[in-house]
Design a binder for this molecule. Structure first.
Ligand code: 2BA
Length: 110
């Protein structure tokens, strides 16, 4: 058995969970936060048999889109304390999904 861990954008998460249910895959949805953008995203834990990994990744790939997101760090512009920092928007391409596949040593459901 494998655990597919998928970090996806919030906008795609509901549709993805519904598609996974339609295909018979069980998942757990966790609210998460990206380390770089510090914006909310969604992490799905999907436990599947080894031969279902490719199918799971295909569903994720069909459902999750890359999008440009604006990051607004404060840029330093001079020595004056009042004018020292201004918002400096930067566009970042956030991927449709970041996927990890790990071996499951034991799976128990009571
Ligand atoms: P964030 O960490 O908020 O990253 C959002 C996007 O910012 C990334 O999209 C990437 O385009 C950019 N980015 C991230 N770190 C960067 C850096 N050090 N320098 C320049 N640009 C950077 P994705 O790569 O598609 O990642 C989307 C989300 O997936 C990430 O949100 C994070 O929550 C997760 N993720 C990505 N790679 C990961 C990894 N190796 N381990 C754990 N989580 C990861």
């Amino acid at each position: 058995m494998k655990l597919v861990i998928a970090v996806v954008q919030d906008k795609d998460s509901q549709r993805l969970v519904e598609k996974l249910v339609d295909k018979g895959f069980r998942s757990t949805k966790l609210a998460s936060t990206g380390g770089f953008l510090k914006a909310g995203n969604t992490t799905l834990l999907i436990g599947v048999e080894d031969d279902q990994v490719e199918g799971t990744i295909a569903v994720i790939g069909e459902t999750c889109k890359s999008r440009q997101q604006l990051l607004t760090p404060m840029a330093h512009v001079g020595s004056n304390a009042v004018e020292a920092y201004v918002p400096y928007p930067v566009e970042v391409l956030v991927g449709g999904a970041t996927i990890f596949v790990v071996d499951v040593e034991q799976f128990v459901r009571f």
